[in-house]
Design a binder for this molecule. Structure first.
Ligand code: PGA
Length: 251
């Protein structure tokens, strides 16, 4: 059985002090949440949030990491530094990294493999732009991003992989894919995992949906058979929106 996984991506929001205070609030409200819950603060707040979440069921995530362990990489953050802070999951290939910062499938693949080699959960983000959707390329794009993102990853390592399907046109726009639309792409993802690995790997793969997930649409999305959780941006920044999403009830 796949356990639902709700992740909050705080992006470039919250100072250290703000992040620690918010994490304390979430710790008290979500420690007994019925689903896996993760928060990904900015790098600068990881140490403070890690301290607050010590002993809590909420997992600590990072929003990105370098593709190398050490070296002359000004401005980058290493997996070794994340591990030291108690980070257990890392978001990789987020559309803002792909489209604003030019990350390629090859670079993202190197990061996925490095994260897995260190025992971190790699949340591999995939998803089409509006132009790609309108050109009928959704399946081609997500299949390519999956195939390239997972190149060289062995089936035995897949328990450390979560896929996040995030249609770029739905991120931060208030436009959400309908539950049926999202579920049909999640089915494409699951079938591609079956083709690349096995039916069993596909059945076990946790596939999150991301893109304007809010308290009022979360349960409807999560009720779909192929949607196993959410990667939440804007609504993860406030307790009144993140807590109900993290506690969603399929009914
Ligand atoms: P959003 O962001 O919930 O603000 O649309 C989702 C994401 O970027 O992961």
């Amino acid at each position: 059985m796949r356990r639902p996984y709700i992740a909050g991506n705080w992006k470039m929001h919250k100072t250290c002090a703000e992040a620690a205070a918010f994490a304390a609030l979430l710790r008290d409200a979500l420690d007994d949440a019925p689903h896996t819950v993760m928060v990904a603060p900015p790098f600068t707040a990881l140490a403070a949030v890690s301290e607050v979440l010590k002993g809590s069921a909420i997992l600590l995530g990072a929003q990105n990491m370098a593709a190398e362990e050490t070296g002359a990489h000004t401005g980058e953050v290493s997996v070794l530094m994340l591990e030291e802070l108690g980070v257990s999951a890392v978001i990789l290939g987020h559309s803002e990294r792909r489209h604003t910062y030019g990350e390629t499938d090859e670079l993202i693949n190197a990061k996925v493999k490095l994260a897995l080699a260190h025992g971190l959960t790699a949340i591999l983000c995939i998803g089409e732009t509006l132009d790609e959707r309108e050109a009928g390329l959704v399946t081609a794009v997500v299949e390519r991003q999956l195939e390239k993102g997972l190149q060289g990853v062995r089936e035995a390592q897949l328990n450390g992989v979560v896929i996040a399907y995030e249609p770029v046109w739905a991120i931060g726009t208030g436009r959400t894919a309908t539950p049926d639309d999202a579920d049909s792409v999640h089915r494409v993802v699951r079938n591609k995992i079956a083709a690349l690995y096995s039916k069993r790997a596909a059945d076990d793969m946790v596939i999150q949906y991301g893109g304007s997930v809010k308290p009022d649409n979360a349960a409807g999305l999560m009720a779909k058979p192929n949607i196993d959780g959410a990667l939440v941006g804007g609504a993860s920044l406030k307790p009144e929106s993140f807590i109900p999403i993290a506690r969603f009830d399929r009914g």
